[in-house]
Ligand binder design. Sequence first.
Ligand code: ZN
Length: 196
Amino acid sequence: MYFNHATAGALIMKPIMKKYDGLFTAKEKTALWFIGITSGVLPDFDIAYSVIKNLEDHRSFVTHGFFLYLLAFLVIYGFSYFQKKDEFGRKFFKVAAAVFLFGITTHLLIDSIIGGVAVFAPFYPKVFGFDLHIEQNGGNRLTQYLLSEYMILEFVLLFMFLIFLKGKEYFVPRFLSLFYFLIAAVSFVLVSLSFF
Ligand SMILES: [Zn+2]
């Protein structure tokens, strides 16, 4: 999927944040939203690299394997043992590590349905999941995708996001997700027009 990883991340985050509502300060909550939503788009940051290297499919790349993120998770979780203060202390890093892994997992799950991912990269290169079937639509990658049935899921996610993250308390996640949404859309347009 191309556009809605951040909004999907925010949707997954909502019940988690509700659960921990009373536990964290405003600053900590902002940081948690940031970690959750950013990890939802993080694997796609490799698009910059694939453009430079002119790689056709970035989803078979190590950035779409679980290994790197498992390491990052352990590092963030490990931090919790060294934090003695109240704010951004032990419990923050524990939840932050979980939220990070949730965001990444959401991304890889969605990508496995739409395109497939090499979950065990770099150790095992096989791509798991369903292929992207858009070539029959003609035109470049952009028009192919925009005409594909995957746009239904993109719209459903976007509408769910707009409905479920309404109100002042969700200003941070709304702003962040829409910001990433915009970046994803612009880079997808630029990349498909100039490379595919
Ligand atoms: Zn991806």
